[in-house]
Design a protein around this ligand. Structure first.
Ligand SMILES: Cc1ncc(C[n+]2csc(CCOP(=O)(O)OP(=O)(O)O)c2C)c(N)n1
Ligand SMILES: [Mg+2]
Length: 663
């Protein structure tokens, strides 16, 4: 109440109502050591209703969670001091409007967009199971942590919440517990305005245990339900709790006005009086409260963590290789020899689709990075995203050690589940058709915001899809993906560019990346004649150049259009024009290079430029300049054979040649 009032902005009602659940979870139930909030064996807590952020910040404060330094080492500094709480929602405060992972230690994931947190929690529960299956040994139960999420009506109304719950039930993730705050209120008023389904029956049909706590203030009932969850090994558990938003506020309790606005100074006083609390004292935290948390979560957590560490020290002696792998996972590093199998592809005029080379390279890489795992939203035969080497296996309800996932046709949840897996140190990837990035933009954005190195494999990247038609042909998607800050979007031109792009992606620690790949074949360029594919590591490079290195015209392209430019180059060069072809597979990476390099690839004094990409022009202006020509898409595609479509929309060598000559 005080933090929201001081900020004159925020959401007081839900934190007030859910305090009992946070208290029981943190202080009595969770295996969690506030002194080492990144201990790998800890239970995870996700506040999916991120608007109730002061609840999490207060819990972290009361538990005495320590802030981690940049290397992940705990410091003496509290993650959330009382001073930070007083600075709620102010610039630079550890208590921002919504919980931000990486900013405030103890915040396991960034939440606020409803439905994302609970879906991340599914990925975390999967990670717990996968780590246990692959790293636990007899007598060494290092992993087996539980994942708890607090969620609200909005979380369960959002489609992504249903997708995530459905797959969690299917996979029988019995280490997953959602506590649902059924408070019958959202921003516009009573939930009956828009939400009348039987949530309990819905979750039962998903294959969840469903328990009910009539009054969230009934701690024994909460304890009993959480105890049931911990004893059950069959299914995920939903605990439906009933709470009153703004509980304790004489005039605002149970009203939608308690959701998203400060109670007001007078009402805060009245509420404190109702609780028997000194009315005029703000941010009051009695010593005995801190002592209670220290004796609860503090003592229990440090004992559990120390026991785990002692066990891990023994494990290290008996299983040094596994322990070394776990060290790498915790540090976000790659094992030695991760790129040992990544061989160059020989030149080949017929070549292969970049989805096919991606499948090969993914397998070469994943073979040597044992914690690289993922799958597709029911399109793996098309996405070529399966790991096919011996021992890769499938992750199912009966086999937790497998590395191939069947996310089902649930792109949105797939993205968020991959984020949850990455938050536990796994190198996760998800695959689908490029056009369906629209179904998973929110988790891509959150991965970027959190700096998670999640990989997206997107195939069928253009009108080159052909007969499936405009519903399946991405047009604005490259521009849309590139517009997300802190992401790398690669659209490689041939198999060797694919391989080089994967090398960059594998080494990422602080951002997600997308591979945008073709369905149709692409020639594998002859690198004895072209610039080396390792130029991909700079985002863009000179592929072919004028003989004297002083071109009069630049042909700039990405992906499948690069080989068209190569043909146009040959024609134009034969006709005596001085041409350079620039392959620009990753704009963001290219833009990070110094001015000298960028100018050496796209010289500022060569203003005759042609850009070619089967997408919208948006963004191309900065590479082709004001005088440049763009051959791209101005509207939607069409259904027809790919070759016909390419001609129809102007993606031909003749058209590129003509554009170059017209400048
Ligand atoms: C995806 C998404 N849509 C909309 C919002 C804006 N928003 C914040 S809270 C909320 C609904 C509040 O109702 P509920 O989820 O029941 O939370 P309560 O007020 O009960 O805590 C909405 C629509 C959001 N945060 N995320
Ligand atoms: Mg609600």
């Amino acid at each position: 109440m005080d933090a929201v009032q001081a900020a004159n902005s925020g959401h007081p009602g839900t934190p007030m109502a859910l305090a009992p659940a946070a208290y029981v979870l943190f202080n009595e139930v969770m295996n969690y050591d506030p002194a080492v909030p990144n201990w790998p064996g800890r239970d995870r807590f996700v506040l999916s209703c991120g608007h109730a952020s002061t609840l999490l910040f207060s819990a972290l404060h009361l538990c005495g969670v320590k802030q981690l330094d940049a290397d992940g080492k705990p410091t003496d500094e509290p993650a959330v001091s009382l001073e930070s709480l007083k600075q709620f929602r102010q610039l630079g405060s550890r208590c921002p409007g919504h919980p931000e992972h990486g900013h405030t230690s103890g915040v396991e994931t960034t939440t606020g967009p409803l439905g994302q947190g609970i879906s991340n929690s599914v990925g975390m529960a999967i990670a717990a199971e996968w780590l246990a299956a692959n790293f636990n040994r007899p007598g060494f139960d290092l992993f087996g942590f539980n994942v708890y999420a607090l969620c609200s009506d909005g979380d369960l109304m959002e489609g992504i919440g249903s997708e995530a719950a459905s797959i969690a039930g299917h996979l029988k993730l019995s280490n997953l517990c959602w506590v649902y705050d059924d408070n019958k209120i959202t921003i516009e008023g009573d939930t009956s305005l828009a939400f009348s389904e039987n949530v309990a029956a819905r979750f039962a049909s998903y294959g969840w245990n469903v328990l009910e706590v009539e009054d969230i203030n009934d701690l024994d009932s909460l304890r009993g339900s959480l105890g049931f969850f911990r004893d059950d090994n069959e299914k995920p558990t939903l605990i439906i709790t009933h709470s009153i938003i703004g509980y304790g506020s004489p005039n605002k309790a149970s009203k939608e006005s308690a959701h998203g606005a400060p109670l007001g100074e007078d009402e805060v006083k009245l509420t404190k009086a109702a609780y028997g609390w000194p009315e005029d004292e703000k941010f009051r935290v009695p010593e005995e409260v801190l002592a209670n948390f220290a004796a609860g979560v503090g003592a229990r957590g440090s004992a559990a963590r120390e026991e785990w560490e002692a066990k891990f020290a023994d494990y290290r002696k008996q299983y040094p290789d596994e322990a070394a792998q776990l060290d790498l996972i915790a540090q976000g590093k790659l094992p030695e020899g991760w790129d040992a199998d990544m061989e160059p592809f020989p030149a080949d005029e017929k070549g292969m689709a970049s989805r096919v080379s991606s499948g090969k390279v993914l397998n070469q890489l994943a073979k040597n990075v044992p914690w690289m795992l993922g799958g597709s939203a029911d399109l793996s035969p098309s996405n070529k995203s399966d790991l096919t080497f011996d021992g890769a296996g499938e992750f199912t309800a009966d086999n937790r050690s497998g590395r191939n996932f069947h996310f089902g046709i649930r792109e949105h949840a797939m993205g968020a589940i991959c984020n949850g897996m990455a938050l536990c140190g796994l190198r996760s990837y998800g695959a689908t058709f490029f056009v369906f990035t629209d179904y998973m933009r929110p988790p891509i954005r959150l991965a970027a915001l959190m700096g998670l190195p999640v990989l997206n494999i997107f195939t069928h990247d253009s009108i080159g899809v052909g007969e499936d038609g405009p519903t399946h042909q991405p047009i604005e998607h490259l521009a849309a993906l590139r517009s997300i800050p802190n992401t790398y979007t690669f659209r490689p031109a041939d198999a060797n560019e694919v391989s080089e792009a994967y090398k960059v992606v594998a080494q990422l620690t602080d951002r997600p990346a997308s591979m945008v790949l073709t369905r149709q074949n692409l020639p594998t360029l002859d690198r004895t004649k072209c610039g080396a594919a390792c130029g991909v590591q700079k985002g863009g490079y000179v592929l072919l150049d004028a003989e004297d290195g002083k071109p009069e015209v630049l042909l700039i392209a990405t992906g499948s259009e690069v080989s068209l430019c190569v043909e146009a180059y040959e024609q134009l060069t034969a006709e005596g024009m001085k041409v350079r072809v620039v392959s620009l597979p990753c704009w963001a990476l290219f833009d990070e290079q110094d001015e000298e390099y960028r100018n050496s690839v796209i010289p500022s004094d060569v203003t005759k430029r042609v850009g070619v990409e089967m997408g919208v022009k948006l963004g191309w202006e900065r590479y082709i300049g004001r005088c440049g020509k763009f051959i791209g898409m101005c509207g939607f595609g069409a259904s027809g054979p790919a070759g016909t479509l390419l001609k129809h929309f102007g993606f031909t060598v003749e058209n590129i040649v003509a554009a170059a000559k017209s400048l």
